[in-house]
Design a protein around this ligand. Structure first.
Ligand SMILES: Cc1cc2nc3c(=O)[nH]c(=O)nc-3n(C[C@H](O)[C@H](O)[C@H](O)COP(=O)(O)OP(=O)(O)OC[C@H]3O[C@@H](n4cnc5c(N)ncnc54)[C@H](O)[C@@H]3O)c2cc1C
Length: 561
C-alpha cells in the first residue's frame, strides 16, 4: 500500500507516523509546500518573546529524522497542485526547481490546514510590513522585522493567534495595539468572563481597541472603520483562518455546509480513497449536534490517527468535538470547553449557569489566587454543557475535568460527586468544579434565585435594593453604590430592617456568605430574594475595563480584585 500525505505538520505527520506503526511495509510519502515539517505551530508566538529561545527549537522533526526513524519519505518545498482522482495520482511542483511531476497513491490523506484570512476589502495587506503567523518562516520574518524596526505594532484580531502574538511582542518590549472588530477578544469566552482578560491586557500595557475593524493599512498606520488612526510600523493580521479547501474543490470532493471538507465517520471524503483531517475539514459538534469547524491541534491529531487506523480496518468511535482550549495572557491562565452562553443560545439549548469565585489553593498557601469559573448546564436535565475558567493558577486543570465530564455525558450531580485529588498546595478539599456543581444544583432545583453580574448595573441605576453582607471594614473599602451593609455576623438580628415589599439583591465577596444570608432571609418568609452570582469580586472584574475605557459612572465606590 502506498500512502501519500498532503501537509507535513500536525495532522499530516500524525497520519504518516500512525500508518507506519500499523504497516511496516507501507510506502509513505509526505508532501509539504513549506520549508519545514512537524513544527510546533502552537509555540510559534513564544519565539517572539524569547520564551522559545531559537527558531530551531520550534522544529520537532526534519525529513532526515523522518526517514531514519520511520522510513517516511518527506519532500519539503513540494506543493501538491492537483489531485488526479481518475489516475489516483497527485501533481506536485518542486518549488526549488520548478519541476512538476505526478506521484501515484493508493490512499491519500489531505491535511492542508487553514489559511490566514486576508480580506480584499482591507487595502494594504500586501505591504511589506504586514505579516501573518502560520509557520516557522513567518514567525522568523515577523520577529526580525518587528524587533529590527523602531515603532509601534498593531495586531489585528483578538483570537488565540492575535492575543498570543500581541502578548509575546509586548513581552519583547514593543508597544502593541490589539484591534478587534467584535466587542470582545477570545470568542470561546462569554462577554462577562472575558472582561478579566481585557483587564489583564490593558494592565500589562496593551492598547486594546474593541468594536472597531481595520479598513486600510498604510506604511506607518492602520486606519479603522471609525476613522481612528493607529500608528504602526509593523502590522500582524490575525483575524481568523479559513479551511484550505482549494485542492479538494478542484478535485470535486464534497464540501460541507460550514465550508470545510466534508468527511464521514472515518474521515473519508466523498472519495473513499481520500481521507481529510485537521483544520481543513468540517467536524461534528456533539453538543449542538450540528456540523462545525474547529482549528485545534488535539482534534487534528486524533482525526489523523483515526483515518490511518481506518485504512487498516481498525474501527474508531467518532464522538465528535466539544471544543476545549486554553490560553495564557501575561499572569492569567484561561481555559474553556463546550458551549458558552452565545453558542448555547444559537443552538437553541435551554441552559442556566453559575459563577464560582474561590481560591485555587488553600488560601494560606503563598501562591494561592482567585479562580473565576463559569459553569453552564442544560435545563431541566442538569447535563453539563460548558465551562470557562480564568485565574493565575490551574484554570486548564479545572476545564479538563469538566471536558471529561461533558464527554462522558455527565450532569451536575456527577460533577458534585466527582472525587478529585487534593493537597493544599494543589487545590482545596472542595474544588472549584465541585463547588460549581453544588451552586448549579441550587439553581437547577430552585433552592435559590440568582442574578449574574451583568444584570447588576441596570438594577443599580434603577435604584434596586442591594445588601452587602460583608463585614463593615470590607464594605468601607469598596461596595456597590447605594448598597446597605448588613454583615452576615449581624444578619439574623437585623433581618427586620430589610423591606419585604420589593426584591432584594444580596452579595458578599464571592457569593458564599450572601448565599447563607439569602437562605436565612428566604426562610424568614421574604418573597423576593436574589443572590448576586459572582458577587463583588466578579462584579468589579466585570465592570472595570468598560469603566476605564468609557469613563462612564461607576456602580462601585471602589474596586476590589
Ligand atoms: C500561531 C498558532 C498558535 C496555535 N496555538 C494552538 C494552541 O495553543 N492549541 C491548539 O490546539 N491549536 C493551536 N493552533 C492550531 C493548530 O496548530 C492547528 O489546529 C493544527 O496545526 C492543524 O493541523 P493541520 O494538519 O490541519 O494543519 P497544519 O498543522 O497547519 O499543517 C498544514 C500544512 O499543510 C501544508 N500544505 C497546505 N497545502 C499544501 C499543498 N497543496 N501541498 C503541500 N503542502 C501543503 C501547509 O504548508 C502546512 O504546513 C495554533 C496555530 C497557530 C498558527
Amino acid at each position: 500500500m502506498k500512502a501519500v500525505i498532503i501537509g507535513g505538520v500536525t495532522g499530516g505527520a500524525s497520519a504518516a507516523a500512525r500508518i507506519r506503526r500499523l504497516n511496516e511495509k507501507a510506502e509513505i510519502v509526505m508532501f509539504e509546500k513549506g520549508q519545514h515539517v512537524s513544527f510546533s505551530n502552537c509555540s510559534l508566538p513564544y519565539y517572539l518573546s524569547g520564551e522559545v529561545p531559537s527558531s530551531d527549537k520550534l522544529i520537532l522533526m526534519d525529513p532526515e529524522k523522518f526517514w531514519k526513524r520511520n522510513h517516511i519519505e518527506v519532500r519539503v518545498n513540494s506543493e501538491v497542485l492537483e489531485i488526479n482522482r481518475g489516475r489516483k495520482t497527485v501533481s506536485v511542483k518542486n518549488l526549488e526547481t520548478g519541476e512538476v511531476y505526478e506521484e501515484a497513491y493508493d490512499k491519500l490523506v489531505l491535511s492542508p490546514g487553514a489559511n490566514p484570512i486576508l480580506p480584499r476589502s482591507i487595502k494594504g495587506t500586501d505591504l511589506p510590513h504586514v505579516f501573518t503567523v502560520r509557520n516557522v518562516s513567518d514567525i522568523v520574518r515577523l520577529k526580525d522585522y518587528a524587533l529590527g524596526h523602531e515603532g509601534e505594532i498593531a495586531v489585528v484580531g483578538g483570537g488565540f493567534i492575535g492575543v498570543e502574538t500581541a502578548e509575546n511582542l509586548s513581552l519583547a518590549g514593543k508597544k502593541v495595539t490589539l484591534i478587534e472588530a467584535a466587542e470582545q477578544i477570545m470568542m470561546p469566552f462569554d462577554y462577562d468572563m472575558v472582561q478579566i482578560l481585557h483587564k489583564e491586557a490593558v494592565d500589562h500595557g496593551i492598547h486594546l481597541i474593541l468594536g472597531d475593524g481595520v479598513s486600510r493599512i498604510e506604511p506607518d498606520r492602520v486606519v479603522l472603520s471609525s476613522g481612528t488612526e493607529v500608528q504602526a510600523g509593523t502590522v500582524v493580521m490575525a483575524i481568523g483562518v479559513a479551511p484550505d479547501t482549494g485542492l479538494a474543490v478542484k478535485a470535486g470532493l464534497k464540501i460541507g455546509e460550514t465550508r470545510g471538507i466534508w468527511v464521514n465517520h472515518n474521515y473519508q471524503t466523498s472519495d473513499p480513497d481520500i481521507y481529510a483531517v485537521g483544520d481543513a475539514i468540517e467536524v461534528y459538534n456533539r453538543l449542538t449536534c450540528r456540523p462545525s469547524r474547529l482549528a485545534l491541534a488535539g482534534p487534528a491529531q486524533r482525526q489523523a490517527r483515526a483515518a490511518a487506523s481506518h485504512m487498516y480496518g481498525e474501527l474508531h468511535n467518532n464522538c465528535g468535538v466539544i471544543g476545549s482550549c486554553a490560553l495564557k495572557l501575561f499572569d492569567m491562565n484561561a481555559a474553556a470547553t463546550g458551549l458558552n452562553e452565545k453558542t448555547a443560545k444559537a443552538a437553541g439549548i435551554p441552559y442556566d449557569f453559575v459563577y464560582v469565585q474561590q481560591s485555587d489553593k488553600v488560601s494560606i498557601m503563598p501562591d494561592s489566587a482567585p479562580l473565576h469559573l463559569k459553569l453552564l448546564f442544560e435545563t431541566p436535565t442538569g447535563r453539563i454543557l460548558g465551562a470557562q475558567a480564568i485565574g493565575k493558577g490551574s484554570a486548564d486543570k479545572r476545564i479538563d475535568v469538566i471536558a471529561a465530564m461533558i464527554t462522558m455525558g455527565g450532569t451536575l450531580e456527577d460533577l458534585k460527586e466527582l472525587e478529585l485529588c487534593y493537597s493544599p498546595v494543589f487545590g482545596t478539599a472542595k474544588d472549584a468544579v465541585n463547588q460549581a456543581a453544588l451552586a448549579g444544583l441550587n439553581i437547577l432545583y430552585g433552592k435559590i434565585r440568582q442574578i449574574p453580574v451583568y444584570d447588576v448595573r441596570p438594577l443599580v441605576e434603577a435604584g434596586a435594593y442591594f445588601i452587602d453582607v460583608r463585614e463593615v471594614d470590607e464594605y468601607a473599602k469598596g461596595h456597590v453604590t447605594g448598597a446597605v451593609n448588613i454583615p452576615l455576623s449581624e444578619f439574623r438580628e437585623r433581618i427586620g430592617e430589610i423591606p419585604t415589599d420589593r426584591p432584594v439583591y444580596l452579595y458578599c465577596r464571592t457569593s458564599h456568605r450572601s448565599y447563607q444570608a439569602c437562605l436565612a432571609l428566604m426562610q424568614s418568609g421574604h418573597p423576593q430574594v436574589y443572590n448576586v452570582s459572582g458577587s463583588f469580586q466578579g462584579l468589579c472584574l466585570y465592570e472595570y475595563y468598560n469603566d476605564m475605557v468609557t469613563g462612564r459612572q461607576r456602580i462601585v465606590t471602589d474596586y476590589i480584585f
